[in-house]
Unconditional design. Sequence first.
Length: 249
Amino acid sequence: MIDSIASAKAADPSIDVHLYLLLQNVPDDAADPDFPEWISTRRINHQISLSAARNLLLQDVVKAGVVTADSIYAFPDDDCWYPENFLTLVANLFSEKPEIDFWFCRYSSTPEIRSVLATEAPALQKVISRASSNTFFFRGRLLPNLAAFDETLGVGARLNGGEDTDYAIRAFYLARGTLFTDAALVGHRDHDASLKPKYFPGTLYAIAAHKNRSLPGIVAFIRKLLVGASLVMSGKLPLSRYIAAVRNA
């Protein structure tokens, strides 16, 4: 990830990227890593959930005042990367379309390199299905209202997964405009369908939290219930866990 951002900055000096990293399980007497000046770090000597980690860094970002109304912010995982020309394309998209506050794409272990971005206005279900922490980008004006991730959701929290779905849904309703590029433009290990049962309770919770905001929200909730039922029938999700997830939602 760091190498890909460094390459992007070298290829296009107009891109001003600042990366915030949380270093977990770091002994108190450990030396600080030798990172470039455009990387800021926070150290803790224990481990916290993914959502809590992002919220810690968001506090640092807000305190530093680095996210202005028209800047762009995102939440890349430490094992994702940006292909050649990607960050330039994203920066240009937000610059050329001042009405757009939210953009996302897909990811893959073999991401595409594009010279232009073809976009479409997505429906809510597309946001739920495709937007992830590695692939969504937001205009800074959304940050004050979107604020923190739900710390009941995400890896290491009470409910695995769903934290990026919740954040993306909130962004979709807040944004003046949202665009989607139906292509794998961010590098990350490929989607593992076998993890769907693991993340089902968290994702259902996230969708349920917003189901009454629109008719598509209700449809998305019913659809997710049916997905869970199919996982139960295929033996991939225990019935008891499905019932618990529905009750919790």
